[in-house]
Design a protein around this ligand. Structure first.
Ligand SMILES: CC(C)(COP(=O)(O)OP(=O)(O)OC[C@H]1O[C@@H](n2cnc3c(N)ncnc32)[C@H](O)[C@@H]1OP(=O)(O)O)[C@@H](O)C(=O)NCCC(=O)NCCS
Length: 227
């Protein structure tokens, strides 16, 4: 009960202190650092040490576990779970009901049940088991379709697209589109020259230095004049 009251007070203080962000969730852990213009929808659960860049949207029923970091202008849609220490870059869009990284149970111990070897196990056994050693990195401008699953430890390169329902078990190359279970390359979004140009100019990491280029390329749609 005291914990719930503390959370409510923390949420209210945060909303009053930061009038430039819209927080409807009271499930917020300690050391939450949202950038300006963020929107946190109701029923979102934000654990401890979570950092958001500016203008991120965290939709309802999203779960951000401890130490998740998300860059500027990224969006996480309804019901998605992002596991601890995941890093997401700028301008990335994550669909509904995705599972981004997940902990593992031991498969070499006599039992798979964490209750027999995990933290606070019923036997009082001390083991070195950590189910969260591998973390997920989602770079910039990544689009992840609904219901995708990203296994622990994968890196998704800049500009990649993950099809809806994909199960990503390996790293995903920049500007590739992967689909299926296990996820396989469908095609690349652009030809080699365009991909080289995008990676060389690193448009999304330091986007504020490249806004006029980005604007021009968006206006030109697929017919970029730089080629
Ligand atoms: C991955 C995606 C972007 C590909 O779009 P596309 O390039 O227009 O692909 P196409 O529809 O031309 O399909 C090309 C092939 O890929 C297959 N395919 C497309 N999406 C697929 C998916 N998610 N899973 C498995 N196969 C898929 C198609 O069946 C087709 O196969 P074929 O060549 O054997 O007939 C799109 O299908 C997708 O999954 N979008 C995500 C939608 C979503 O979840 N939105 C949420 C909003 S945040």
């Amino acid at each position: 009960m005291i914990e719930i009251i503390k959370k409510i007070i923390r949420g209210v203080i945060l909303s009053i202190r930061r009038t430039d962000i819209k927080i409807n969730s009271f499930h917020i852990g300690y050391n939450f650092l949202p950038g300006r213009g963020c929107i946190i929808e109701r029923e979102a659960v934000i654990a401890n040490n979570v950092t958001l860049g500016k203008c991120c949207t965290i939709s309802k029923r999203v779960i951000l576990e401890n130490n998740v970091t998300i860059g500027d202008y990224s969006a996480v849609n309804i019901g998605t779970m992002i596991s601890q220490r995941t890093k997401v870059g700028n301008f990335s869009s994550i669909g509904n009901n995705c599972m981004i990284g997940n902990g593992n149970h031991a498969i070499d111990y006599v039992s798979t049940s964490q209750l027999l070897y995990g933290k606070n196990n019923i036997l009082g056994v001390k083991t070195s088991f950590d189910g969260f050693t591998k973390t997920v990195t989602i770079c910039n401008d990544v689009w992840i379709g609904n219901n995708a699953i990203l296994m622990a430890g994968v890196t998704v390169g800049d500009g990649a697209v993950i099809g809806s329902g994909a199960v990503v078990t390996k790293n995903v190359e920049p500007y590739s589109i992967v689909v299926g279970n296990p996820a396989k390359l469908l095609r690349y979004r652009f030809d080699d020259d365009k991909i080289k140009f995008l990676l060389k100019n690193n448009l999304w990491e330091n986007y504020s230095n490249h806004l006029s280029t980005i604007k021009k390329l968006i206006e030109q749609q697929e017919n970029w004049e730089c080629f």
